[in-house]
Design a protein around this ligand. Structure first.
Ligand SMILES: N[C@@H](CCC(=O)N[C@@H](CS)C(=O)NCC(=O)O)C(=O)O
Length: 233
């Protein structure tokens, strides 16, 4: 893999080379590799961020539960997403990867460059990530623990984080703007969190949060990469 520069903040026209369902610039000779999985909401953040920043990614699926997967040598935590670059250390944790993509795009693309707008977007990203963490842990409780080993109280604690997070977003939607892309990291995070709740919790959130339903529809219209990265049901 050779290092390459981003083509700019805005995604190139869809006539460009298409990889992983996302439009990318036609002239790219090489690209970076993303370790992820089709359903990972954190990986989806990166895929959307890359599309908005005009960075092409070669996506290689990882199996986080397989000790033999090279992922564990790329990210000692064995977590996805992880971004691999030619001759450089892997980058991991989705907020760090999104920051890297923003830098590749020249800055101010998906993260406001400075001031309160930057802090707000990063804080909203942290809240959205926390919702995803809490949702994921509930899924893992079922996936990795026998029924008699599960803790309803602990699951309830995680569910509370999701509810309070959604309450907070519904009360104060992420402000638009401050970036040259159609959305910033706080918005990308919220969209991926809601998408994950759709995928794993049958969209139960929709009944209680019409304002977020409308917000997500608007986000999807602004950011075609959201639909392009929809995980398989
Ligand atoms: N804070 C991390 C969270 C990543 C994460 O939890 N990814 C999940 C998949 S969506 C994972 O790798 N789980 C496997 C594990 O925890 O061992 C980020 O933002 O990238």
């Amino acid at each position: 893999m050779a290092a390459r520069r981003a083509t700019g903040c805005h995604p190139p026209p869809s006539s460009g080379r298409v990889r992983d369902g996302l439009p990318h610039a036609p002239q790219m000779a090489d690209f970076m590799q993303l370790r992820s999985s089709p359903a990972s909401p954190f990986g989806r953040k990166v895929k959307i961020g890359a599309a908005l920043c005009g960075v092409a990614l070669d996506i290689v699926w990882a199996d986080t539960s397989d000790p033999g997967d090279s992922l564990r040598s790329q990210n000692p935590l064995g977590k996805i997403p992880a971004l691999l670059r030619e001759g450089k250390a892997p980058v991991f944790d989705s907020p760090v990867i999104l920051e890297f993509l923003d830098i590749e795009a020249g800055g101010g693309c998906i993260i406001p460059a400075a001031g309160e707008a930057r802090i707000a977007a990063l804080t909203q990203q942290a809240l959205a990530d926390g919702i995803m963490d809490a949702a994921l842990l509930q899924v893992y409780e079922v996936r990795h623990r026998a029924e008699n080993e599960r803790s309803p109280k602990w699951v309830e604690n995680q569910a509370g984080k999701v509810t309070r997070g959604l309450d907070a977003f519904a009360a104060a939607l992420p402000a638009r703007g401050g970036v040259s892309a159609p959305a910033h990291v706080g918005e990308i995070g919220l969209a991926c969190a809601l998408g994950y709740l759709d995928l794993r919790f049958a969209g139960a959130w929709r009944a209680g949060y019409p304002v977020l339903v409308d917000w997500l529809a608007d986000f999807a219209a602004r950011v075609p990469a959201f639909e392009a990265t929809r995980p398989p049901a």
